[in-house]
Design a protein around this ligand. Sequence first.
Ligand code: G6P
Length: 609
Amino acid sequence: MCGIVGAVAGADVVPVLLDGLKRLEYRGYDSAGVAVLMQGEIRRVRKIGRVAEMEQAVKEAGLAGTLGIGHTRWATHGGVTEPNAHPHVSNGQIAVVHNGIIENHDEEREKLKALGYVFESQTDTEVIAHLVHHHYQTSGNLFKAVRLSLIQLRGAYAIAVIAVDQPDRMVCARMGCPLLIGLGEGAHYVASDVSALLSATRRVVYLEEGDIAELTRDHLHIEDQHGRHTRRPLHVSDVSLSSLELGQFRHYMQKEIHEQPKALSDTIDQALEDGLTSTLFGPEAETILRDIEGVQILACGTSYYAGMVARYWLESIAGIPTNVEIASEYRYREVAANPRHLVVTLSQSGETLDTLEALKYAIALGHQATLSICNVRESAIPRASRMVFYTRAGAEIGVASTKAFTTQLVALFMLCVVIAKLRGRIDASKEAAYLDTLRHLPGSVQHALNLEPQICVWAEHFAQKSHALFLGRGVHYPIALEGALKLKEITYIHAEGYPAGELKHGPLALVDADMPVVVIAPNDALLEKVKSNMQEVRARGGELFVFADLDSHFGEQEGVHVIRTPRHVGLLSPVVHAIPVQLLAYNTALKRGTDVDKPRNLAKSVTVE
Ligand code: G6P
């Protein structure tokens, strides 16, 4: 969602701001802007649409300066218009960029109007700009003005603020939204995530909840929420610039789909070296996991589907009761919590606000055993968890999650085997067999990727359709859901995922020659059941597109198209079956000419509820 970048330096910061905003594009946005202190004035350029269009306008305006802030906005309060784009400026004197939502903005707007402030936008952010201006008038101290303003505001924010008469100073703050400070040579930077700063610096400090920071070229001063001077640890980011480049690929989503064999083997690597031991989940894991009586998984979107797959594994392999819930539902429900259940949060970004809040709620309910499975180091969710497992998918830029999903699946599978071992459910030979399946998984995934030419032929057909149905059973039911989600996210074709056994209870009414039905049909215990469900579709004139394992002896016939995925890989089969549904969505989107990496209305990191 919204992205922030800012800089105070000895040289022109506009190139850093523009480069940073381009690197934040993946988060999802609909307008962009920068404000720079130039010749004693705050000069600002804002545009709806892409950063490239805004960049052109910046060049035309000849913007340059040594202090500036930039923003990509994903509209929440107020439509996608230039006056609503950030930065917001108060009386030409204070400029603010903001991520998050100020809940009491209406109330504060009325008070500010009564003080004579005139509002130019419909945003909650403009309230911050005027409020800081108001306090700056009385205190003459920008840091103090920001602190006084934040005391009056409720909600979530990451902000960066500059003042027209403070050419070497920026004030930043965070509460509920990520923000980090970059340390350069005679320069300081601020950004929502480290990728925005990589061309300037890798040395960063992460602000904590409630922190307010003052940055000058060579000084960084941080105060915690109680106003105490504090230091935050320095991190050197290992995110590589090449992982953020497209290389030979047309889209990030395509690149990320094809990176899966490597992402999986990187994630599995540690287990292959050291075995499936609890240390994979941290030094405390053995003590914590030994005592648990159940598992509660919390996540959103694609990560939630990974959790659904894991439930089948945890209950069947580890014999441990498992519940999976969408984080935004869990956090507002009166939960009858069992504090002896392990809470597992799944999040690629580690920033999804609903997942973070659900975790905090679970902790408040008494859960002490918490594990975050996450792809972004030092992000908010792992920082709030007792145990952490980082998937090694590398940066995921495409809004629709792909490699993060499959690496989450292997992480969850490893967790399941570790819990099963601690509960005495599996012996050494079983563990060796699971390790062997993990070892061969990247190869099977590569084999599935090689099916792309056949999938492209199907994509031609799907691109003409308005609806599609995805069916799966058992551990592959979540893969049907994920296939439908991928298709709707990036092609805008309406798609539904169903457990095949539910067909007769509703969705069968929709089936006709215009509704393609995708079936995930692995060679497992439920194969015969799935075949019966397929007959039900055929009998109503529905056309079937079946992903069947090589060893499941499926024949093509009229109205039944079959693509053979690799030989059945046992329990890890959902990982392999995720690949063709990703490829189907991607290639259908190509044919329809949609914006694959930045689908309309969606964001990569959903940092608001
Ligand atoms: C957004 C993204 C999805 C992602 C979901 C959860 O909706 O577009 O791809 O699955 O958020 O994100 P997380 O980072 O928590 O896994």
